[in-house]
Design a protein around this ligand. Structure first.
Ligand code: ATR
Length: 384
């Protein structure tokens, strides 16, 4: 049987969809998951039809691959990555390439690269953004690590990435943990933009007294202009959706509490370490943590409820201007952090390229990014 071009390890939603995407671009893709049932299930659902090559041991996986082996890990960030690497290692040879496509914390990426280099295994820490849909149809891909190793992966990554009028949303970003650092900051910006949209929603509903249809129309209008982007688009979508069972607006049925998985917090911590102010991102992390304190919030609301129309008379177009400025601030803070980290950690990032590969596929894609790309193209040394 023909050997596979690449192996994907981890058949949860992101890994499965990425593998299907790779296969759809005419690359032969082997797959493996720690729990065999999941692989079998993926094969039965879509994998067989898509031409995925199922393997049920790391040994079989290693045997199925062309050399140098390209192995993309899509497992839970943290110790699962280390455990998976440890299981793979006895079956790999010098020159083989491990790609970590999970949301790994950047210091882990530097550590893993150094440990693997001693064994002759090359390591590429890669951010992947776009959620389930992006993974399947075209994510934004943010690789870092050894450039020579990346050359073996580049054709596949470019083929599966999202495309815009500015090319494939993928480029090698820098050495070491550059890719995972950029992905982390992407997520920090995402936190800030989601918080801004949540606050806009609150101002529209509680402040201006809009009903859901008016809120929907406002977001839909924002998505036609300078604030247009994926998060605004899905805000318009979700405010138009009624729960089929109760007929109520879905947004009204969702509890106003959220957790935070780590990447937002990591961005704030990294910014504090580097002495870069990222107040929009940090405030968003705080707001998420605060939202989780539901019992305290409910108790306080009982004695300190304010339901006044405190922004009555505020024209909605002023809010659009504020949202635009706030989005710009979030991107600017993220870019500032990247430029500082690039200097401090030696990533040598090209910020115009970062803005370019965020223009499609990823969660923070938006019209503003074209502006940023242009600004950094004109002046690559822009400090902010
Ligand atoms: P998602 O959020 O998309 O569901 P995730 O939780 O980030 O995914 O990652 C889940 C994947 O990591 C699964 O493929 C899981 O394997 P199992 O199906 O066997 O649980 C894998 N994973 C988690 N911990 C692992 C470990 N210690 N070793 C190997 N794979 C592991």
């Amino acid at each position: 049987m023909d050997k596979s071009d690449i192996g994907v390890v981890g058949m949860a939603v992101m890994g499965k969809n990425l593998a299907l995407n790779i296969a759809s671009r005419n690359y032969r893709c082997a797959v493996f998951n720690r729990t065999a049932e999941k692989t079998a299930q993926v094969m039965a659902e879509r994998g067989d039809a898509a031409g995925l090559v199922a393997t049920y041991s790391v040994r079989a996986l290693a045997k199925a691959l062309k050399r140098p082996r390209r192995l993309m890990l899509m497992v839970k960030a943290g110790k699962a990555v280390d455990e998976t690497i440890a299981h793979l290692l006895p079956h790999l040879e010098r020159g083989d390439i491990i790609i970590d496509g999970g949301n790994s914390h950047y210091p882990d990426t530097d550590r893993r690269q150094a440990e693997l280099a001693k064994k002759g295994i090359r390591f590429i820490g890669t951010g992947v953004s776009g959620g389930e849909e992006g993974a399947l149809h075209g994510p934004s891909i943010m690789p870092g690590g050894e450039r020579d190793a990346y050359r073996h992966v580049d054709p596949i990554f470019r083929a599966i990435a999202a495309r815009t009028d500015d090319g494939a949303c993928c480029t090698w970003l820098g050495k070491g943990s550059a890719g995972h650092f950029v992905k982390m900051v992407h997520n920090g910006i995402e936190y800030a933009m989601m918080q801004m949209l949540a606050e806009s929603y609150d101002l529209l509903r509680t402040g201006l007294g809009y009903d859901m249809a008016e809120v929907h129309n406002t977001f839909a209008k924002w998505n036609q202009g300078r604030t247009a982007g994926y998060l605004v688009e899905i805000s318009a979508l979700v405010t138009s959706y009624r729960d089929p069972q109760t007929g109520q607006w879905l947004v009204d049925l969702i509890q106003d509490t959220a957790a935070q998985k780590g990447t937002g917090k990591w961005t704030t911590v990294a910014a504090l370490d580097l002495g870069v102010p990222v107040p929009s991102i940090t405030t968003a992390v705080d707001a998420r943590i605060l939202s989780g304190h539901k019992a305290e919030r409910t108790a306080i609301a009982r004695v300190a409820a304010t339901k006044s129309h405190w922004v009555k008379g505020l024209p909605a177009h002023r809010l659009e201007g504020a949202a635009y400025a706030a989005f710009l601030a979030a991107y600017a803070q993220g870019m500032h952090l990247l430029s500082r980290a690039s200097h401090e950690y030696g990533y040598a990032l090209n910020l115009a390229q970062v803005a370019r590969i965020w223009k499609g596929g990823c969660i923070i894609r938006s019209r503003i990014l074209h502006l940023l790309k242009t600004a950094y193209t004109v002046n690559p040394r822009l400090p902010h």
